[in-house]
Design a protein around this ligand. Structure first.
Ligand SMILES: C[S@@+](CC[C@H](N)C(=O)[O-])C[C@H]1O[C@@H](n2cnc3c(N)ncnc32)[C@H](O)[C@@H]1O
Length: 263
């Protein structure tokens, strides 16, 4: 009788980006991700695993230099932040997401490209704005394809609501901008209705002028689905007192719109 072979669990498929050869360009759904894989001795450590205890956080200290802070909230796998950190090494780049798994992908990619002054952290966008950053401290903010939260019982999780918009306004420096993009029409209608209450608002027809077409993973998928991508820029062109911001926020509606399905 043949001896029984020991049962072994099926081998998990390796994540290929770990093993990409030095000098190669990584592609995602056929679209290159900025930068090239460097030799391992040039890899950096872009994970921000433990936040400093002081509140608000001194981000210049975290990045070991004073520089304008660019924040990508709900960064997903970090495609935008990686491209921006490569193109603009003079800025401090902070990519945040509530989901640890996507932060691991982004961090590894940033490490493999040897990025300096680029950090990835598992942090909720709300917590970041309300607790972890100072008033008027952010030079630039990016929110690409905020989670739609289609299930009505999750509506309160939608990031862009009046209170969040008020916080964004307070935490941005004067003349700072927020870059927004979504493929969900109801979310877009809500954003375009309420962002102008606080910000100088401009819709961006077509692609971004200064960047390649694909800024984020979700954008690639949405385009494949044939969805229209909406883009806009909010500029903080004037200072307002905290009470003035609260009064404006109080006039705004909650994002209770219906959305058919999540992404
Ligand atoms: C539709 S994905 C878009 C990801 C990326 N920006 C892109 O365009 O590919 C939305 C992302 O927002 C994250 N997210 C949802 N709510 C969040 C919150 N309150 N704070 C931070 N990230 C959040 C999700 O984990 C998810 O990665």
């Amino acid at each position: 009788m043949k001896p029984k072979r020991n049962w072994r669990p099926a081998r998990r498929k390796k994540n290929t980006s770990v093993d990409l050869p030095v000098g190669s360009v990584e592609v995602e759904f056929g679209i290159p991700i900025a930068g090239k894989i460097l030799p391992q001795e040039m890899w950096t450590h872009c994970a921000l695993k433990k936040l400093p205890e002081a509140r608000p956080v001194d981000w210049n200290e975290v990045f070991s230099r004073p520089a304008p802070l660019v924040v990508d909230i709900g960064c997903g796998n970090g495609r935008y932040t990686i491209a921006s950190a490569i193109a603009r090494p003079e800025m401090n780049h902070l990519a945040l997401d509530a989901l640890p798994m996507v932060i691991r992908y982004g961090t590894r990619r940033a490490n493999q490209r040897g990025l300096q002054h680029c950090k990835f952290a598992v942090v909720d966008g709300w917590r970041f704005l309300s607790e972890l950053c100072d008033e008027e401290s952010i030079a630039e903010m990016h929110i690409y394809h905020p989670q739609p939260y289609a299930d009505p019982k999750d509506i309160s999780k939608r990031m862009l609501n009046p209170e969040f918009m008020g916080l964004m306004f307070r935490k941005l420096a004067l003349n700072a901008r927020v870059y927004l993009q979504t493929d969900r029409q109801p979310y877009w209608d809500y954003i375009t209705r309420w962002m102008p209450k606080l910000f100088q608002w401009a819709e961006v027809p077509g692609d971004w002028a200064d960047e390649p077409t694909f800024r984020s993973r979700r954008e690639i998928l949405a385009r494949k689905e044939g969805l229209k991508i909406h883009r806009g820029i909010a500029a903080k062109t004037q200072n307002r007192s905290a009470s003035e911001v609260s009064a404006l926020v109080a006039t705004m509606e909650q994002p209770t719109f219906a959305i058919e399905h999540d992404c």
